[in-house]
Design a protein around this ligand. Structure first.
Ligand code: CU
Length: 252
């Protein structure tokens, strides 16, 4: 897909398994809110006309009928609760609380910093090497401890997040400094990265291509340039990329 096709004048293309579900929520809620807006507006106009000031008709100050007047409120409230808990919650739970199994997923850690996305892949052993803030340098942006055996096969990239098609990617998201927000609009993925916390998020792409990562939390002067790419490969391409990177690392 060209960027024009990906990011048109409306929502971006739906490039993950849950994008369509979330978009449907957006549509349903907009229609429902529009309906409530029109109904309340019509009711207000009705009241303005029905109870307008007229010569010879005195105002009536009365508290009778308060229960009856609560009925429309109750109906709207029940409708809103239905929308949230019956329509909205299952999709929320699917996206935010139903995680893919680590064994069956592509696993990576994303460490946000002012103003870049560091991607840490555990390598073939599936174990993340130890990270130490004291080891951070320009050549070692995440402070990976090379003395740790689990770190030997780890890969690190900056702003380029390579993932395979056809399986979910599980991300351990954290931040080194301030609050950032990991946002991939085409996947409808968005999660704050908070210092001191490591949170899990996941997505499963449904097409190959390059999809923008944006920081969705104003995080400092360079916020605007805190962008990266998720590059979705076929599994074969992804394996080849991993092998190439491993070979490059072995040469160092
Ligand atoms: Cu940021």
């Amino acid at each position: 897909m060209t960027p024009d096709q990906l990011y048109g004048w409306w929502l971006p293309a739906r490039a993950s398994t849950y994008a369509a579900d979330l978009d449907r929520q957006l549509d349903v809620f907009h229609v429902a809110m529009g309906l409530i807006f029109v109904c309340w507006g019509a009711f207000m106009i009705y009241c303005l006309i029905r109870y307008r000031a007229r010569p010879g008709v005195p105002a009536v100050y009365s508290h009778t009928g308060i229960v009856k007047s609560m009925i429309p409120d109750g109906i709207v409230l029940a409708f809103e609760l239905f929308m949230i808990f019956v329509i909205g919650l299952p999709v929320w739970a699917h996206v935010m609380e139903t995680f893919p199994e680590e064994k069956k997923a592509n696993v990576a850690a994303v460490i946000a910093q002012q103003f870049a996305w560091n991607i840490h892949y555990p390598g073939p052993d599936g174990l993340f090497g130890r990270r130490d803030i004291k080891l951070i340098s320009s050549g070692n942006p995440i402070g990976l401890d090379d003395a740790d055996p689990a770190a030997k096969d780890d890969l690190v990239s900056v702003n380029q997040f390579h993932v395979p098609l056809g399986k979910p990617t599980l991300v351990y998201l954290s931040s080194m400094d301030v609050i950032h927000s990991f946002n991939v609009p085409a996947f409808r993925t968005k999660q704050d990265a908070t210092p001191g916390m490591r949170v899990r998020i996941w997505f499963e792409p449904i097409m190959t291509g390059t999809f923008e990562i944006a920081c969705a939390q104003l995080c400092g002067l360079g916020h605007y340039r805190m962008r990266g790419d998720v590059i979705v490969h076929t599994q074969e391409e992804f394996d080849a990329w991993l092998a190439k990177k491993q070979a490059e690392k072995a040469e160092l």
